[in-house]
Design a binder for this molecule. Structure first.
Ligand SMILES: Cc1ncc(COP(=O)(O)O)c(C=O)c1O
Length: 452
């Protein structure tokens, strides 16, 4: 089931890399004892069995997408050098590869002049964007929707920037009347538009946010950590399409290659439309930046040491799967959205379930039909467990009752209920829908939910 065939190439690539250093005096690194190594590695393999099968299409729970084989191999290959992309002193080739890969990400949003770099993930990338927003609009408040990732609230507290959440409409998108009213009260420095909410996949109405923020002098930051790559998909609904078409007008964008970009964890990206944002990072280093007058990535990043391996993996992936509409990566994203739509239709036609809004990307939320929010929540948890026993791994989410327009009145009126959430982010999910439905159907029966 694991893709292991490509491992053979790793040895050849490592030997090729080694030839680049053939001019050095020979040196024999200390060899680990093979028996000890085997024992420890096998013990690690045994320990790692204690995981959900993230790589398998029957895993549709959290946002976990297996890295592409090229990303895995390029990452491992670069570990023989273990470059540090803090400075060119620590990773000359991989820093250049990072600049190229990041330029390709920026180009996906229509930017050729920009400032950007990779970082540890969506949290770190958003932290840098909100930090710059705070520097640009000191003393002002940051707004994000109540469905925005919780990281924004926490990051704002770390940065000591005041933070408020804006209500959502019944489709889980930021409510424009609420945003307008809050902006009119004044004191807002930046608005975070989430293009692909973690819980529901909802896409905030960016064109209206841009217009309102323009009128009130607030910056717009787009958190597209999860949804950003859908810019390339050809099957978005009209509202999402309008939002993604305007993403390049934001002041800053976050996208996570370690979500939909087929990368191992530890790969987020922050982009600023105005390269002058670099002035906020300005600092001197007594230890680094000696080897070149070219830009060292540490000069425009809050993190110091960073894995060059992440840049090498991303660079290699984008060479094999360029970020273009109609390309393999784009087709894979479109399949996820098709799978979410198809499952949504099936659930909508089945009286045992209640659905929320049509999925905008590849996250789907739904709940078992019942009279009260407590019953819905208890049944959701039972279905979650019964499905796991049958090898289908889904997730649970707490969402407002009003998102479920077809639910009983008492459920719709509930402040919050626990529902089921599927993240159909693997291209294979589309082909596996029949099996996923079969298990969901059986798990629903096992859980004793809404007998037909
Ligand atoms: C929209 C959004 N923003 C931010 C984050 C946080 O990113 P990370 O987990 O990479 O730190 C996530 C994670 O799921 C996300 O979906």
């Amino acid at each position: 089931m694991f893709e292991l065939e490509s491992m053979k190439l790793l040895l050849q690539a490592a030997q090729r890399l080694e030839q680049g250093f053939a001019g050095l005096p020979p040196f024999s690194p200390e060899q680990p004892d093979e028996q000890g190594l085997r024992e420890v590695l096998f013990a690690a393999a045994d320990r790692l069995r204690d995981n959900f099968p993230y790589f398998h299409p029957l895993y549709a729970g959290q946002m976990l997408k297996p890295p592409h084989p090229v990303a895995r191999l390029a990452y491992m290959l670069s570990l023989w050098i273990n470059p540090n992309n803090h400075a060119l002193d620590g990773g000359r080739a991989s820093s250049r590869m990072e600049k190229e890969a990041v330029a390709e990400l920026a180009a996906m949003f229509g930017w050729s002049e920009f400032l950007g770099h990779l970082c540890g993930g969506g949290t770190m990338a958003n932290l840098e964007a909100l930090w710059v927003a705070g520097q640009e609009r000191p003393g002002k408040t940051i707004l994000a929707s109540e469905q925005a990732h919780y990281t924004h609230n926490r990051i704002s507290a770390v940065l000591r920037i005041s933070y408020e959440s804006v209500a959502c409409d019944a489709r889980g998108r930021m409510d424009m009347a609420a945003l307008k009213a809050r902006l009119e009260r004044g004191g807002v420095g930046a608005v975070v538009a989430t293009l692909g909410a973690t819980g529901t996949g909802a896409v905030d109405p960016l064109p209206e946010i841009l217009e309102l923020c323009g009128r009130h002098g607030a910056r717009v930051h787009v958190d597209a950590a999860y949804g950003g790559y859908f810019t390339l998909a050809d099957n978005l609904g009209a509202a999402a399409l309008r939002a993604f078409a305007r993403i390049g007008e934001a002041d800053s964008i976050v996208i996570d290659p370690h979500k939909h970009g087929l990368q191992p964890y530890g790969c987020g990206c922050v982009l600023f439309r105005d390269p002058a944002a670099g002035r906020h990072y300005k600092h001197d280093s007594p230890y680094t930046y000696f080897s070149s007058t070219e830009l060292h990535l540490g000069e425009i990043s809050l993190e110091c040491s960073r894995p060059g391996a992440s840049a090498v993996a991303l660079w290699a992936t984008q060479k094999l799967l360029p970020l273009v509409r109609g390309g393999e990566l784009a087709r894979g994203l479109a399949k996820g959205r098709s799978a979410a739509l198809a499952l949504f239709e099936k659930l909508r036609g089945d009286a045992r379930f209640v659905t929320a809004f049509e999925p905008e990307l590849d996250v789907l939320v739904f709940a078992p039909a019942a009279e009260t929010a407590e019953e819905v929540s208890a049944l959701s948890r039972r279905i979650f467990e019964c499905a796991a026993r049958r090898n289908l791994h889904v997730a649970l989410a707490k969402l407002p009752g009003r998102f479920f327009s077809t639910a009983a009145a008492a459920v719709r009126d509930a402040g919050e209920l626990t529902c089921l959430r599927l993240t159909l982010m693997k291209p294979e999910h589309e082909e596996w829908l029949g099996k996923i439905w079969e298990i969901l159907d059986a798990a629903t029966e096992d859980a004793g939910a809404g007998k037909r």
